[in-house]
Design a protein around this ligand. Sequence first.
Ligand code: GLU
Length: 307
Amino acid sequence: MKKEHKVIVRFAPSPTGPLHIGGARTALFNYIFTKQHGGSFILRIEDTDKERSEKKYEEDIFSGLKWLGIKPDDIYRQSERTDIYQKHLTTLIKSGAAYVSREPKKITNTTTPPFGHPSSTEEGMIEVVRFKNPNKRVSFQDIVRGEVSFDTTELKDFVIAKSVSEPLYHLAVVVDDFEMGVTHIIRGEDHISNTARQILIQESIGAPRPAYAHLPLILAPDRSKLSKRKHGESVSLAHYRNAEIAPEAMVNFLALLGWHPSGDASEVLSWSDLLQHFSLERVQKGGAMLDSNKLNWLNKQYAKQPR
Ligand code: GLU
């Protein structure tokens, strides 16, 4: 990595629930990667959904990261950046890359939650901002998954804002990643299909394309997708904190959710081992199994060590 391209990563949780174990893993991988490159770590609270965002969840994110030992270099809240999104939306509309569309409520395909429904202007009619889809194939190199390619035609002219002052997820993310100089987007695989839309918006605002790494899903021991409904509190980081797991053991455990050291190296890895050995290139594509026996075993290893 050349000196002039300082690495900048971001962890961008929505404060709509307690910090999820998958979110904690995303934060950790970003943090290790950026520290390996002398870069910085942005914590960006994605709180544009006013109805679902809550301060208590934001606090849970802050305290969870602190417990793990992850210190953000900068913190932003999307709710405080409306004028920046507005500036970009206005430019997009002026250039014809986006347009205001007045339409009957029922045909609107806004990104549904976490952003809720568009505002009504009169009974049954709404106004939204749609992105003029150039209808092309978008391909990108993913550090974990290799070449990924999407035909964007089926996305049609997708909605990017409820109004010029109310951006939706895709627009806010792209504008922020650009304005914050983010060089690497490391996030969960559930976002991979969002990348095509985001690259189209990037190209229309003239933003450089960051590197992408989509991390494998975390699966329950029965290989089903982790869900709060099915797996209860074990999906949130606070559960482990309350269970008196040592933070070092948790960091070690999270690091092994989708990554392994090479050869027969020990799986007991301190912060400094992780900073030395971790690499995004060794992150696996397949789902990572959440194995509480391994966590308990790791926790015992740390309990044995003098503090
Ligand atoms: N705010 C999104 C989420 O909570 C993440 C956005 C991103 O990483 O691009 O899932």
